[in-house]
Every structure is written in C-alpha cells, then in structure tokens.
Design a protein around this ligand. Sequence first.
Ligand code: MN3
Length: 243
Amino acid sequence: MANRRNFLYLLGAGTTGTLLGTLPAASWAAPTIATVTATEMFKLPPLTYDYNALEPHIDAATMEFHHDKHHAAYVKNLNAAVTKYPELKTKTVEQLLTSLSTLPKDIQTTVRNNGGGHYNHTMYWQIMGPKGGGKPTGEIAAAIQKQFGSFDTFKTQFNEAGTKLFGSGWVWLVNQQGKLKIITTPNQDSPISEGIYPIMGNDVWEHAYYLKYQNRRPDYLAAWWNVINWNEVNNRFAKSLKA
Ligand code: MN3
C-alpha cells in the first residue's frame, strides 16, 4: 500500500540502521546522477513487464524507483566515465568489467561501481518476471539437485548468504570452473570481474526492498523466489557452460 510509511527513510548502512522518521518521497536517496555531454554508449534497457507485474512480492513503487532512478543513474555515470576515453567506445559492459585493471586509472572505480550496477541490474530484471516462481525447470534444476541435494537446500543456503551479507551487495548462484556455488559480492561488484559467471543473483541493497519490507531483508529474500523466470536462468546457465 502506497502511503507515507512506505517512504520511511533509513539513515546508515546495514540491515539494522536507525529509523529517524518520515521524509517526503522527494528525499528518497537515489544515487547522484552525473551529467553526460557526449553520445551515450550505454542505454537503460526498458523493463519488459509493468512496474506492478511482480506484485505482491515486489511492489510497483520499488520497481519504478529501482529501474528508473537507480539503474538509470548507474548507466549515466558509466557513460560519463567512458566518454572521456574514445578508445573505450567499442567495448561492451562485460568487456569493461573483465578488464578493470587495464582501464585508465581515473575511471576504474567508477566503471567497477557503475558498470557493475548496469550489468547486475540488467540481469536482475531479466531473471524475474510475471508468472514466475515455482520449482526450477530444465538443466538448472538437475544441476541444482546435483550440487545442493535439493532445491529447498539451495534456496535456504542462498537466503542465508543474502541475509548475512553486511551492508549493500548481491548474493549469487555462479558457475565457477564448472561447479555451482553461492557467493556474495559487496556494493555493485560483479562476479564476472573475477572471471566467474553469474547465473542468477539477488540485489540485497536496501533500495531493492525497503519500501515494502523495511528492515525485513529475509522476508524479501524469501518472497523473491516467487518471481524467478527459470527460462532466463536456464539461458544464463547454458551461457555459463560456454563461458
Ligand atoms: Mn539495485
């Protein structure tokens, strides 16, 4: 339900910050957006479903802020960084993230944070969808069964890792040299920068769940499985086997 309580503002990092009171929606802390003066290399991919398509598990207001403000800011900041270096204009975000140490020193951190933000969120929107959820299908179902014993065990371990991650970051199912593993990364660090292919990942930054779940990150982690697009997870699993 959209009301002023949904715009309670949390000051401080971590899952146990101090609740200070209500502020108007305009104070919602979106990342700073840099000014882009040249042609934009990277574009915000449109959502392929409505903001309210993942209700009741992820609310429309969260989807709108998350996609239109947060993801958009990562794209704008990434464009502002690479526009200074014409030689980078032909690179994909994957190429940038897998060669961070070779980039000009003054943009390495910006590309790591904002390129990571762009890549991670692009995946996030795609592995979710309306009429999602249920048990895994296809090849990934068998691979999860083989590695973790059961889907329920995998889900429990994934949610535990996401709950324990201090501060902002991501929890991932990755393919690391042919083996499925659950890992976490801080901030917007992407596993692909470490040569590890992310099959699926959940965003545990507070902006991903705070409007609906406030401090209850475990409730968000549990609800998220109801919106998983297993077809897309299978597509990514197939890509991970070729990567
Ligand atoms: Mn996010």
